[in-house]
Design a protein around this ligand. Structure first.
Ligand SMILES: NC(=O)c1ccc[n+]([C@@H]2O[C@H](COP(=O)([O-])OP(=O)(O)OC[C@H]3O[C@@H](n4cnc5c(N)ncnc54)[C@H](O)[C@@H]3O)[C@@H](O)[C@H]2O)c1
Length: 431
């Protein structure tokens, strides 16, 4: 994703999507503002950018929208078309980051001043198990972006990394950017491993010479916690699906285990601040630097989702299971997926990595981001997420019958008995 020279909304009127863009504006509550000249310090998406409950919480379009609102021309490069019609002033280019020719095509005939590399693959669910694709998108894709930046003389690159580049299932409390990467074999999943490899490549590319100018490429990486917001499409629909199917019957791990999340608007703000902090007038302070980004409020993973469960009219589970038991269950599910994937590529209930990410304490200090980027996390109410789901037809019907729930309860008990049995089997044999 790239931003360019400042543009005027008049230009945008002749852009590719004028009619749809107007519709999007109306749907999303977007109000076009006069361009600021492109160098604005406070480039916030603001409440008018994409107003709940209609908007979708997807980082690339929201970031593009925020930049665009400040009068900056934006090119959105993605393999998938945006779920919503994009606003005026944003041009969408379909392409595959795995193909250098696609990436280079996106840079043609434009004077790109900053690339926000947010594309990735394999973070959650069954995606996590597709190692080849994960490697190709996250590592080769990043190589292609770096190559295109150097070749086309792009001076700034902000990479959207993840806090998982230094988390391998170990307890981390208030960790900071001095924590080392893990040896590659210790990453619990291929997504985290490839994100770490890609982040290193991005940070090592800082200071490399540009082909078309005397300048150098300046890079930095943001390491967000789990992203949420109204219309988030990766984690929340899966969770709501489990809740609605009656599968959210237990929580696991110690209630004192803490993780953290970041509202998409805070993350958008962090990206904009990071791109500014790569400029000369900020002393290139972010050059070659990683930054943890979150809401700054460590919370128990399940408690974080309590407002969603209860807000949709369901009962928050009172059963609490040990992490090791759930890990065993996840391991068996992954094995079953491995064996059956060609016949039936089902969505695993939980993967081993998801058990770590949700059940083991890991949260990070925001001090560096505050000091060097000027990042300040705004507080958000989870109720807006609940309202989004309600506005999209979710929520328990009080008159609904519980028979389906009983079937799922039965299945769940059966699964747990199987797991416990398999867990105890070696112990029984050794007696
Ligand atoms: N969602 C989270 O909780 C979370 C947490 C930490 C870090 N991150 C990072 O934030 C970024 C955005 O997260 P997200 O959940 O929106 O990610 P996502 O998986 O939805 O993917 C981001 C975008 O990459 C695009 N993409 C995938 N393969 C592509 C390809 N081959 N060519 C071009 N585009 C391709 C997708 O279409 C999508 O629009 C990612 O880099 C992710 O690693 C996300």
């Amino acid at each position: 994703m790239v931003d360019e020279k400042p543009t005027h909304h008049k230009d945008a009127e002749t852009s590719e999507f004028p009619r749809e863009a107007r519709k999007w504006h109306q749907e999303a509550g977007l109000t076009a503002r006069a361009p600021s000249g492109g160098g604005g310090r406070h480039m916030s998406p603001g409440p008018s950018c994409l107003a709940p409950p209609r908007r979708r919480c997807l980082l690339p379009p929201l970031l593009g929208c925020a930049m665009n609102q400040n009068g900056i021309r934006v090119l959105l490069f993605d393999i998938r078309s945006p779920a919503q019609t994009i606003p005026e002033g944003i041009q969408f280019i379909r392409g595959d980051i795995r193909h250098l020719s696609d990436v280079e095509k996106a840079f043609q005939d434009v004077d790109v001043s900053c690339v926000f590399h947010t594309a990735s693959y394999g973070m959650s669910g069954r995606e996590q198990l597709n190692r080849n694709l994960i490697e190709e998108v996250n590592v080769r894709g990043t190589d292609n972006v770096l190559q295109a930046c150097r070749k086309r003389g792009v001076p700034r690159l902000v990479y959207t990394s993840t806090c998982n580049v230094i988390f391998g299932g170990q307890v981390i409390r208030n960790g900071d950017e001095s924590l080392p990467y893990l040896p590659l074999h210790l990453y619990p999943d291929h997504y985290s491993r490839t994100k770490a490899v890609a982040e290193r490549k991005v940070l090592e590319a800082n200071g490399s010479a540009l082909e078309r100018s005397d300048g150098v490429l300046r890079t930095c990486a943001l390491r967000p916690a789990g992203i949420y917001g109204p219309g988030e499409q990766r984690h929340l629909p899966r969770i709501v699906n489990y809740i609605e199917k009656g599968l959210f019957k237990f929580v696991f791990g110690d209630p004192k285990n803490l993780v953290e999340f970041v509202h998409v608007d805070n993350l958008v703000q962090a990206h904009i601040l990071a791109s500014e902090a790569l400029k000369a007038d900020k002393g290139h302070i972010a050059s070659g630097q990683p930054y943890f980004i979150s809401d700054g409020r460590p919370v128990n993973n399940f408690e974080f989702f309590r407002p969603l469960v209860e807000g949709l009219g369901y009962t928050f589970p009172s059963i609490r299971l040990p992490v090791t038991l759930i890990y065993c269950f996840a391991f068996l599910t992954e094995m079953a997926h491995f064996v059956l994937r060609r016949l039936y590529n089902f969505q695993p209930f939980l993967t081993c990595t998801e058990v770590y990410k949700t059940g083991v304490t890991h949260y990070f200090s925001l001090e560096k981001a505050k000091k060097e980027l000027g990042y300040e996390a705004q507080a958000f109410d989870f109720q807006e997420v609940v309202e989004w789901f309600k506005a999209h037809g979710h929520g328990r019907n009080p008159r609904s019958r519980d028979s389906e729930g009983l079937v799922w309860d039965g299945l769940l008990v059966l699964l747990l008995v199987t797991v416990v049995f398999m867990w105890l089997y070696p112990v029984i044999l050794s007696l």
